[in-house]
Design a protein around this ligand. Structure first.
Ligand SMILES: O=c1ccn([C@@H]2O[C@H](COP(=O)(O)O)[C@@H](O)[C@H]2O)c(=O)[nH]1
Length: 284
């Protein structure tokens, strides 16, 4: 049993003025920019350098697991070492794996990414609840028992998602709004006294959330909903606009930037991370 919840640990990052989530996305062209090989060793080098530069500066790192997975077992071994470095550096890690399945199979994904002692252990993972919010129960068990966190895809930054996520369910809620409501309800029920919940959502910073039926106006009672917001930097969203985009949902915001901090090679990485972290802290 972990004493601090994931929400508590996020709240401590916010209190220290840290809201940047530094992405670890070893795209082939970025590896080439860095003078690294497009293989597991190159991805590992980039990942470990980002961890070293982000420690104490960013709130968390977010390895995009796909970029390691493309190298098979060697990629996973590389990722394990990046995760071990991040744990040692005291950085929160969100594994961007976007897993979802029927509950019994999803529980195995949750064990892989959230079980204490698992080689792939992270602090939180991204999940898809399109097979029903209840399928996430295997991860909720780790959230309750081990202080882990979840980020449920709600309104994603990519334009192709709109028809699915704006679709209206039989109860009148859009799919995106239902994910937000379900996450808020889970936090209010499981961790009513917490300032920040442990179950958050992914909301693209590139979006007008009203188009997705998401209410950013009225502050809800209960813990603040953690929001992992990709779309800043390379995808065009500006942190200066975060308040206007997220409204009440910006209370526990993690602003993700991947390519915008990784582009330009390993030289200057620490400065870029520091600059983005300050710009985000100032804007929020
Ligand atoms: O809605 C989503 C969900 C996840 N992502 C991921 O975030 C990063 C964004 O990278 P940038 O280089 O900062 O654009 C990447 O890993 C995506 O897979 C997202 O972009 N949008």
């Amino acid at each position: 049993m972990s004493a601090a919840t994931f929400g508590d640990r996020l709240a401590a990052e916010f209190a220290a003025g840290r809201h940047l989530c530094a992405g670890i996305d070893p795209h082939a062209p970025l590896l080439s920019d860095w003078g690294l090989s497009d293989d597991a060793a190159g991805a590992e080098r980039m990942g470990r350098d980002v961890v070293a530069a982000a420690a104490g500066v960013a709130a968390c790192v977010k390895p995009q697991v796909a970029f390691f997975e493309r190298f098979g077992a060697a990629g996973y071994a590389a990722l394990e070492r990046v995760l071990a470095d991040a744990r040692e550096a005291g950085l929160l890690v969100i594994a961007d794996v976007k897993r979802g399945d029927i509950g019994s199979s999803f529980a195995a994904y949750a064990d892989a990414w959230l079980s204490p002692g698992s080689p792939l252990e992270a602090d939180a993972m991204t999940v898809a609840a399109y097979q029903g919010f209840g399928t996430l129960e295997g991860a909720f068990a780790h959230v309750r028992a081990h202080g882990k966190g979840l980020f449920v895809l709600a309104a994603t930054s990519n334009p192709e998602a709109r028809p699915v996520q704006t679709a209206v369910r039989a109860d009148g809620a859009s799919v995106a709004a239902a994910m937000v409501a379900d996450a808020e309800a889970w936090n209010a029920d499981a961790q009513p006294e917490s300032a920040v919940g442990s179950v958050g959502v992914v909301l693209g910073a590139t979006l007008d959330l009203a188009d997705f039926g998401i209410d950013t106006g009225e502050r809800q009672p209960g813990p603040a909903l953690p929001v992992l917001a990709p779309g800043f930097g390379h995808q065009g969203a500006r942190v200066e606009d975060a308040d206007a985009v997220f409204g009440r949902l910006g209370r526990a915001l993690l602003a993700n930037e991947s390519r915008s901090v990784l582009a330009g090679g390993s030289e200057g990485l620490a400065d870029r991370i520091r600059d983005r972290a300050s710009a985000i802290a100032e804007a929020l």
